[in-house]
Structure formats: structure tokens, C-alpha cells
Design a protein around this ligand. Structure first.
Ligand SMILES: [Zn+2]
Length: 51
């Protein structure tokens, strides 16, 4: 039996239940716009670190 550590949603920082997949949470709880906004903000942060 494998133990998976709890997954935390990167958008709302909510800890998901062990049998939940992050993809399902994103689809159910967040709009595509929210997810895209999060991804863009992460990319901006990564670029800021490179500069
Ligand atoms: Zn979330």
C-alpha cells in the first residue's frame, strides 16, 4: 500500500481529500479563468527570478 501525501490546491491552497485529484478540484471549484490567472502569475514569478 502506498501513501500519498495530501495534495494542496495551488490556486486556493485548500488541502484536498486523499481520494480527490487536483484536476477534478480545479474543474469543480475553479473557473478556467482562475486557473489560467494562477498559471500566468506563476510564469511571471519564474521570469522575475531569472532576471
Ligand atoms: Zn482550489
Amino acid at each position: 500500500m502506498t501513501f500519498d501525501p495530501p495534495v494542496t490546491c495551488p490556486v486556493c491552497e485548500e488541502v484536498l481529500e486523499l481520494d480527490r485529484k487536483l484536476e477534478g478540484h480545479l474543474v469543480e471549484k475553479h473557473t478556467q479563468q482562475e486557473v489560467v490567472r494562477y498559471v500566468v502569475s506563476q510564469q511571471n514569478r519564474a521570469e522575475a527570478l531569472v532576471r
